[in-house]
Design a binder for this molecule. Sequence first.
Ligand SMILES: C[S@@+](CC[C@H](N)C(=O)[O-])C[C@H]1O[C@@H](n2cnc3c(N)ncnc32)[C@H](O)[C@@H]1O
Length: 215
Amino acid sequence: MARIKLKKLEEYLQGVDGFEQPKVKLEQYPTPPHIASCVLYNIQAQYDDIDGKLVGDLGCGCGMLSVGSFLLGAQLTIGFEIDTDAIEVFRSNINEMELSSIDCIQTDVLNLANTKWTNSFDTIVTNPPFGTKNNAGIDMRFVENGIKLATNAVYSLHKTATREYIKKKCKEWNVVGEVVAKLNYNIDASYKFHKNKSVDIEVDFWRFDVTEKNI
Ligand SMILES: C[S@@+](CC[C@H](N)C(=O)[O-])C[C@H]1O[C@@H](n2cnc3c(N)ncnc32)[C@H](O)[C@@H]1O
């Protein structure tokens, strides 16, 4: 059960301000409210992994997934983000919406493993950089760090083309990976080099059960 209707959740998330000047190198594009609300609603309604839980959001950007987790009843939500400008927008979003029990920490997500955050969260959510800007593999490094932080489950989005590789990593880490849904992800023309108005890419929405993890 979710404490808020899907339509209402999407309406609220439409009010989350996005990146002012998105940085291509950091792959800064917000999760569209429609996708963010469907993904988060599903995490709660199907798996009961948000309401009352400690939730971490890796690469939280301006807070789309953190705010959504809050609205679905997370006990505490902590976003982790490397970029100061994004964090400023994150803070302004939570102030404007008058949200509590939600915060953001400036850090490089790739250095989070083996810190005091290890095993600190029930659930980790992330829409990681896909690794298309000379940073191939960064999405799986986000997941790897997420697995170390979570005791129950990690949820993440990845290009469908990487599905077989991710299955191999699941075996290596002894986590149970499941593609919950296949999405058509629409990245708006936020960057000048996009010739088309928007670009559609096929994306898998993954759930990783980390209760038996071996990393
Ligand atoms: C695709 S955006 C997703 C933003 C937000 N989570 C959302 O769903 O709208 C990826 C985010 O990861 C951040 N990021 C990229 N590399 C990072 C790193 N090494 N450590 C922390 N954050 C990083 C970017 O600045 C950006 O905000």
